[in-house]
Write a new protein. Sequence first.
Length: 338
Amino acid sequence: MNLTVEFRLYTRLYKSILENRLGLWTSRTGLIVRLMDPDTGRKGYGEIAPFPGFRSETYDQAFAFVNRLCYPIGKPHPPLITPETIAQIPEHLSATRFGLGCALAQVSGEATPSSPTPIGVDHPQAALLPRGSQALEAWKPYWEAGHRTFKWKIGLADPTLELKLLDQLLTALPPEAKLRLDANGNLTIAQAQDWLKACDPQRIEFLEQPLDPEQKEELIQLTQESPIPLALDESVSTLADLQEWVPRWPGIFVLKVPLLGFVEETRSFLSALWAQGQPLDLVFSSVLETAIGRKTALELARPFHNPQRAMGFGVQAWLDPEDGFEDSNPDQIWEQLS
């Protein structure tokens, strides 16, 4: 099968400044790719959405690869490629694998396998709170909208101040609310231990990525000492990372599907574990993708996400629902980028 391949860039503005350990972010950039079968006219769309601070390729690396694919020297645009071209995308370009793999699955007419126990489309979502003291008021509209689990980023200010804010936030939140703490790998071992001492197991659901992903042995040691569950996030950015950590990690895995690589490879790996009676404690989470990437991410997540935990796609308050990137019709998103 010969397919035409094209891509378009997108930039999506955040409604508020988003901060993590790498800095302040006001927008989100990525690529939408389209494959088309010239014989049938069938189209498939995918999203390539690398995210700063995670272990997939950078946006520049993804752009360079796709640009060479779509504009080969001496050939017309759009060029013709085959499924084998996509299968040979290097493993380190995991976000690129996700995007082009999704587009290929659609244009090929491959149906998403069903699952005997998928979670519902209305499954609870954890709401992402702003950093610092802004969270003390920001949780209220989320609560009124039905959210009962909240995620708060730490490791961005003086630890003593943040620990005081934690007490204030827990006092403000209703007793039945759950709070997730996300350090994005930004704590020292001593700081992580201080946070764990302050964590009430009845109120704090888990601490996410307390240490840098390279501190593997320290992460394992920390989870053995912790009174609350610990979760890996940046450490398991790609499927290769996840495969390495599964035999060693007793805690939670936070997975961002658009960074993992080919969806079918991830699905096969997780299905094999389930078949062997080794289901993982998985929380699937957003990378602030468009509706194109989110649709596939949720399709993969529903059979495998821990049904006792909220999913991590409660980020819509950070995005403008009227900017066109939430359209359920990928043709409309594609056309607005023209």
